[in-house]
Design a binder for this molecule. Structure first.
Ligand code: PLP
Length: 394
């Protein structure tokens, strides 16, 4: 594996590892020891690929957005993860993890969710496999992502409100970890991003790497070249970006751009721009970069988009940032909302507000006319219609 992937000890440069309470050792160690063997089993690979094809609807299209391209003066391709079953990239990971959980003999699934997309994707695969499902979600996110809460409940999941802190994703993650400590034997925790103790960042990135695997083939068919000039993705914890970057990491000609949420502005005090504001530390079981006070308390993040409203990034992203392999930037609420509206008007595609952050960065780039740009359209905007309507006053 390359210098950008996890090493045998579970680290990306100085980041990663498994910083967990002793009571979680058995669960995490079991995963560490078994995940690679299980993921390489013939029967696992076959079922994973079949479900991605027939249930999720992969490969997701790589769409050349002509009107958007004309506006910015580059060939802009959208990797349409929004067209996946359940509406976002999250399902790639939950399909992989439910197959892993089955093979570990687990009967009960827990998950945390911010935008609700990961919660929906988890509830979906639990319905598919007939497993009990409990989803932790911040009270604030329950309010701003009501359609997704309804979906989870309809699929038989129990949705538990996290009432502490900012009542968003970080707090939901804390609750899920607490549950796992209390239920170590029969429960698998499906983490929804490339965060958490080793091996989660690696296994989630592997499940999401289908995004760049397909992109390379599709781009070759469309342009004769598998490498674009730029690849862009939004970053909450960083799973769609990790999947979108995965097969381009060694190809240093490809510029990787990760877009964080600046909320009301990086310096406004209401932001989730982790690399701009954060320092190295430990959050949710791994060493990474996170927003924290002088004495190490986690700073409450803010973004209009629930999926990016997280004070950290996964350890691989921390390493890509620190090593300079990736460029980490941020986009405000206002810039993202305008970009979402623009895509809707120019292409007839309503993006998730998370994905709108990646789209918004196009405004800040300068092109010379023929560059190929791939943007991960991580999800569809159905869940965000209320927010778009309120913001624009429709
Ligand atoms: C559509 C969409 N995009 C992006 C994200 C951010 O997550 P990640 O950074 O793990 O891709 C989310 C999270 O819920 C999401 O729903």
């Amino acid at each position: 594996m390359s210098k950008y992937h996890v090493n045998k000890k579970g680290y990306y440069g100085p980041f990663g590892g498994a910083y967990i309470p002793e009571m979680l050792y058995p669960n995490v160690e079991e995963l560490q020891q078994k995940y690679m063997d299980i993921m390489q089993e013939e029967s696992f690979l076959q079922e994973f690929q079949e479900l991605l094809k027939d249930y999720v609807g992969r490969p997701s299209p790589l769409y050349l957005a002509k009107r958007l391209s004309a506006r910015y003066g580059a060939n802009i391709f959208l990797k349409r993860e929004d067209l996946n079953h359940t509406g976002a990239h999250k399902i790639n990971n939950t399909i992989g993890q439910i197959l892993l959980a089955e093979r570990l003999g687990k009967k009960r699934i827990i998950a945390e969710t911010g935008a609700g997309q990961h919660g929906v994707a988890t509830a979906t695969v639990c319905a598919l496999k007939g497993l009990e499902c409990v989803v932790y979600m911040g009270e604030i996110d329950i309010q701003r992502q009501a359609p997704n809460v309804a979906r989870m409940k309809m699929m038989g999941a129990t949705v538990v409100a996290a009432q502490s802190g900012s009542k968003t994703l970080k707090d939901a993650t804390n609750e899920a970890l607490r549950d796992w400590i209390n239920n170590p034997i029969d429960t698998h925790y499906i983490i929804g991003s490339v965060v958490g103790p080793h091996p989660y960042p690696d296994l989630v990135a592997r499940f999401q790497s289908i995004i760049s695997e397909e992109t390379k083939k599709q781009l070759t068919e469309k342009t004769g070249n598998s490498s674009p000039d730029y690849v862009l993705a939004c970053v909450g914890g960083g799973s769609n970006a990790a999947g979108m970057f995965y097969h381009f990491l060694e190809d240093e000609e490809v510029q990787l751009i990760a877009v964080e949420a600046a909320g009301h502005g990086v310096k406004s005090g209401e932001s989730a721009a982790t690399t701009a504001l954060g320092k190295e530390g430990v959050l949710h079981g791994s060493r990474s970069i996170l927003m924290q006070t002088e004495d190490g308390q986690v700073v409450e993040p803010y973004s209009i988009s629930a999926g990016l409203d997280y004070p950290g990034i996964g350890p691989q992203h921390a390493w890509l940032y620190k090593s300079g392999r990736g460029k980490y930037v941020s986009i405000t609420d206002d810039e993202a909302m305008q970009a979402g509206l623009l895509l809707t008007k120019l292409e007839g595609i309503i993006p998730a507000i998370e994905s709108s952050h990646a789209l918004a960065y196009l405004e800040k780039m300068t092109f010379h006319g023929n560059e190929n740009v791939v943007i991960c359209l991580s999800g569809r905007g159905d869940k965000d219609l209320d927010n778009y309507m309120k913001y624009f006053g429709f």
